[in-house]
Ligand binder design. Structure first.
Ligand code: UDX
Length: 478
């Protein structure tokens, strides 16, 4: 962003806010860091706390704990403007502000339930030192009724002569890889509250975003945008909205993957099917891309947690179990396709393009690519992988395979290449060169990122998801 825009942004931020709110954000992961930097950018004074001292030192040294487009700049700017600081002790932050966002991790327990121990620990530390009024906001993804538990916790452990609390839920819907954009241009902001005071305070906190009244740090010519809907409801409903949203999106993906299997069996084109059903405004075209399944730190764990929530409430959530099962089977089906074409996997050289669970992130948590690599390596394949950003994190999980400097090196002498994350850079590859350096021009496209026609034109054997060999044969003229 140019110096002038920065100066204007600077003045804008302060002028925009009738009231600068002092905010504490606990947890500097994806949700916490993007929320902290976003709120600071809109003019609030934010202290971001994380008990991982190494992470705090990295952030205070200007480093970033993960790759997220646009975030580093945002953090740098608000730190320079003294609107954002990073510390390691909750107790030091609480004195400064009444608004506290809890953004700690809620990873799955063995049985799939959400592990809320970090949320509870934060609540303990708050109740041990809070004074005066505090609005404690759950922003981590939590099962329904967690807010009720927090209220009970503060009534038991809080010193009510010294402090009084409001609890609220404010679920986050940001996507990794476009988290900064999603913060500034959300589809809606949902808050679950028990008091008007809490609703009013949250409206004040999000005012610039709700009114889309800020100098956009993402788009050069952002232009005037409609106000963002502010959905105010009770805490239980707000908590449910998050789990339900992620489960519905996961269901859409498993649905189109189910359809893709049928298309392969009967000779149809899942891409066309998805396009046409998505034109129905009641269905919508997004999240209908067939592939090797959904991964990441959210969908798999939120689905598991939601199934457990349904179960413990005595509700039949078989539908979501099926969504999970279809997703897990994507790996089996894809590996079977590779095995079928290669005949014998042992000793084959397999190149892999993409390790992250999706593009624009270095995150490999529950990445389908890693599950596929583990299977093929276990069958004796020699795997050589490349990813623009996620190799360090993949190496930590699968140190035994080879990591290459670029996509060409991964394809060098390969009996097959597996395209597993749809990074834009793979679409700019010189396919003629790839054809020349591979031992066998066989490409498995797990994200349908390439065009069948382009692959045929370059003489590749091309296997994508959801278009049956008949359809492919037609395109390939065989
Ligand atoms: C998701 C939700 O989108 C976001 O609102 C929530 O806050 C957190 O969880 P994220 O995990 O970053 O965000 O990834 P998303 O872009 O939703 O993709 C999830 C997975 O679904 C990825 O593995 C992606 O490759 C896969 N996917 C997505 C498909 O297979 N097909 C699609 O059509 C869309």
């Amino acid at each position: 962003m140019s110096v002038l825009r920065f100066a204007i942004a600077e003045s804008n931020c302060l002028r925009l806010l009738e009231e600068q709110v002092n905010i504490t954000v606990i947890g500097a992961g994806y949700v916490g860091l993007i929320t902290a930097a976003g709120l600071a950018e809109t003019g609030h004074r934010v202290i971001c706390v994380d008990d991982d001292l190494g992470k705090i030192q990295l952030l205070n040294a200007g480093g970033m704990p993960f790759y997220e487009p646009g975030l580093e700049n945002l953090v740098k700017r608000s730190r320079a403007a003294k609107r954002l600081e990073f510390i390691a002790r909750i107790e030091d932050a609480l004195a400064q502000g009444e608004v506290i966002f809890i953004c700690v991790g809620t990873p799955p327990l063995e049985n799939g339930e959400a592990d809320l121990s970090s949320v509870e620990l934060v609540a303990r530390r708050i109740s041990a030192c809070a004074r005066g009024y505090h609005l404690v906001i759950e922003k981590s993804t939590v099962p329904v009724q967690t807010g009720r538990r927090l209220q009970k916790h503060f009534s038991i452990y809080g010193d009510n002569s010294q402090a009084h609390y409001d609890i609220a839920s404010n679920p986050e819907f940001l996507r990794e890889g476009s988290g900064v954009e999603d913060f500034f241009h959300p589809d809606r902001i949902v808050v679950g509250v028990d008091s008007e005071k809490a609703a009013a305070l949250l409206e004040e906190v999000y005012k610039p975003v709700l009114e889309q009244n800020f100098l956009c740090p993402i788009h050069e010519n952002c232009g005037k945008r409609p106000h963002v809907p502010f959905v105010v409801t009770d805490i239980n409903s707000a908590e449910l909205i998050k789990h339900a949203s992620n489960s519905f999106l996961s269901m859409k993906i498993s649905f189109i993957n189910m359809i893709a299997d049928l298309c392969e069996a009967v000779g149809a084109d899942a891409g066309k099917v998805a396009e046409a059903i998505g034109m129905d405004s009641r269905i919508g075209g997004s999240f209908l891309r067939p592939g090797i399944g959904f991964g990441g730190s959210c969908f798999p764990k939120d689905l598991q947690a939601f199934v457990r929530v349904g179960q413990s409430a005595g509700c039949d959530f078989t539908l979501l179990r099926e969504v999970e099962r279809i997703n897990q089977r994507r790996i089996d089906l894809f590996v079977a396709k590779v095995r079928n074409e290669l005949w014998v996997v042992r000793g084959k050289r397999i190149g892999v393009w993409g390790l992250a669970f999706k593009p624009r992130t270095d995150d490999v948590r529950s990445a389908p690519a890693l599950a596929i690599i583990r299977r093929l390596a276990a069958e004796g394949a020699q795997v050589r992988a490349y990813d623009p950003h996620a190799m360090e994190k993949a190496k930590a999980q699968i140190p035994e395979i080879e990591y290459c400097a670029d996509a060409y090196a991964a394809a060098e002498g390969a009996d097959a290449v597996l395209a597993l994350t749809e990074w834009d850079e793979f679409l700019r590859l010189d396919l003629k060169k790839v054809r020349q350096i591979m031992a066998r021009p066989l490409i498995f496209d797990g994200r349908n990122m390439f065009s069948c026609a382009a692959m045929a034109e370059h003489g590749f054997e091309y296997v994508d998801i959801g278009s049956a060999s008949e359809a492919r044969k037609q395109v390939l003229g065989r």
